[in-house]
Design a binder for this molecule. Structure first.
Ligand code: FAD
Ligand code: ZN
Length: 478
């Protein structure tokens, strides 16, 4: 069959989604074509906004017949350039924003079925209203979408307790690269029937198909929460405090986030209304949260008791346990606004690395030394999900310096930091994925048999290579 011309394809797309669902003018398309970090600016044949799974399937069928690349996009908050098209303007961008119904909540089964375009905060809210918890939580939750979260296997601030996004999914509905629909929306906790296809799709960053809906696993809504910001002498003390807290609380630690002093200084400088809750500055902090049953008071007392022992043991220097929901929100604000504060502070290099929790202190120490040698004057802004061994080892340009030479050193510095993570048994991408940005790293650190297998999987789902081309891996040559 001969490929239809782009104009014929456009006509088909318009017919599927209606003229208002098909954006063809550059100004209308603009917000969809640049990524969150402003690393890439793409062009597209069209931006289409389907409302139903059937429309997504019809779009993909039309593109497959025309051999035209498809880029799925959720909230467009991803950090590795996966959600924007290439520069040549040959691809169709499929925005899932209008596919945003909550289809079902089964409180007895602790599940909900949602469409891909539901904003994460809306999913959390709907679960809460049904007396349940959907625990996935990250600073972009007001704009990222569940389809994007699942496609990136997002992590966030509750992984320690509840796992990554892939641990919160029981079933998926997916439009495959040939336009067929896989209805895998099963609500089962036990289902050993061959390869786990949904796990291949989760974290695939839109390269194997378009997730249109998912069955999410819910948890009991905790009745008690206790939150503290604790100053610690160093990252080593932070990891030891975490181990103690996990044992002492019967594993009720939901969040354990590390913050260097510089993170707080950036927040104080750039985020209105923020203030230091402790009377004097310290070099290192953790934001720790316990959650469980019973009342807030009892859990806060437990947290205070463990912290008192930690002060005696020299694992903690100072700290504040939130006395109200407002104070808790303020402590959380210090952690959640770090990415925004860093963005406002100028050019930034990000490294989303993970190692076994026990090796985090060595990672931070050696990476800091490496940056001091390679990029004198750069400001290390290290923070993140230390409870998961995941550090956002970010760098900000020196105050008032020229961003260009700083950014130009980015790839070389990233390579050194990723080599270090690999040496310590870690990963070059803990939670942000591969996208377009980290394809060379994938080849370097996951080469040989593993890379061949990844490509074989890609080829099995998408032999034509039309699903999010140029991201993660290419299919084997035919
Ligand atoms: P997008 O950016 O739109 O897309 C991401 C990838 O998924 C792309 O490859 C895209 O093609 C694909 N995709 C999107 N929707 C679909 C779909 N329905 N079907 C198939 N493929 C699809 N990430 C973390 O993991 N943890 C954090 O703590 C975290 N914190 C963040 C904080 C801030 C302030 C910001 C801006 C980002 C943060 N991120 C974090 C990164 C990002 O928000 C997450 O990766 C998020 O899960 C992406 O969701 P999205 O809807 O924006 O996806
Ligand atoms: Zn993170």
């Amino acid at each position: 069959m001969s490929a239809p011309l782009p104009s014929a394809l456009l006509e088909r797309l318009r017919a599927i989604v209606g003229p208002r669902g098909c954006l063809e003018v550059e100004a209308d398309q603009a917000p969809y074509l640049r990524d969150e970090r402003d690393l890439y600016r793409g062009r597209a044949v069209a931006v289409v906004r389907p409302r139903t799974t059937a429309e997504v399937a019809a779009i993909v069928t039309a593109c497959a017949e025309a051999r035209v690349g498809i880029v799925p996009q959720g909230g467009n908050t991803g950090y590795v350039g996966g959600s924007v098209p290439g520069e040549d303007g040959t691809e169709v961008l499929v925005s899932l924003s209008r596919l945003n119904r909550i289809r079902d909540i089964d409180a007895l089964n602790y599940t909900m079925t949602v469409e891909a375009g539901c904003v994460l905060a809306e999913v959390q809210r709907a679960a809460r209203e049904a007396g349940r918890l959907f625990p996935l939580s990250l600073a972009a939750e007001g704009s990222c979408q569940i389809g994007g979260n699942l496609s990136t296997n997002a992590g966030g601030t509750a992984v320690l307790r509840y796992g990554n996004a892939r641990d919160l999914v029981l079933g998926l509905e997916v439009v495959l690269p040939d336009g067929s629909v896989w209805d895998g929306l099963r609500r089962l906790r036990k289902d050993n029937t061959g390869y786990d296809l949904k796990q291949l799709l989760l974290g695939a960053e839109g390269t194997l198909g378009i997730i249109t809906a998912a069955v999410l696993a819910l948890h009991p809504l905790p009745s008690a929460v206790a939150t503290a910001l604790v100053a610690v002498p160093d990252p080593r003390a932070a990891t030891r405090l975490l181990a103690t807290l996990r044992s002492a609380s019967g594993d009720q630690v939901t969040t354990f986030e590390y913050l260097q002093r510089r993170c707080l200084e950036l927040v104080f400088a750039h985020i209105e209304g923020s203030a230091d809750p402790l009377p004097r500055p310290y070099g290192h902090y953790v934001l720790a949260e316990l959650s469980g049953g019973g009342e807030d008071g009892a859990l806060a007392a437990l947290l205070e008791e463990v912290l008192a022992e930690a002060f005696e043991a020299g694992l903690a220097l100072d700290g504040v346990v939130a006395a109200s929901r407002e104070q808790r929100a303020r402590l959380w604000g210090l952690r959640e606004t770090v990415p925004e504060a860093q963005k406002r502070a100028g050019a930034c290099l990000k490294h989303d690395i993970s190692v076994p929790v026990s090796r985090v202190p060595e990672l931070i120490e050696r990476a800091t030394g490496l940056v001091e040698a390679a990029l004198p004057g750069a400001r290390v802004v290290a923070f993140g999900h230390v409870g998961d061994g995941n550090v956002h080892f970010n760098l900000s340009q020196a105050h008032g310096s020229d961003p260009e030479p700083f950014l130009a050193r980015g790839p070389d510095v990233a390579r050194q930091i990723h080599d270090l993570a690999a040496e310590l048994g870690g990963s070059f991408s803990a939670e942000h994925g591969v996208g377009r940005l980290k394809r060379p790293e994938l080849e370097r650190y996951r080469g040989g048999v593993e890379h061949d297998l990844l490509r074989a999987v890609k080829g099995a789902f998408d032999p034509l290579g039309i699903m999010n081309p140029g991201k993660v891996v290419d299919p084997p040559r035919r």
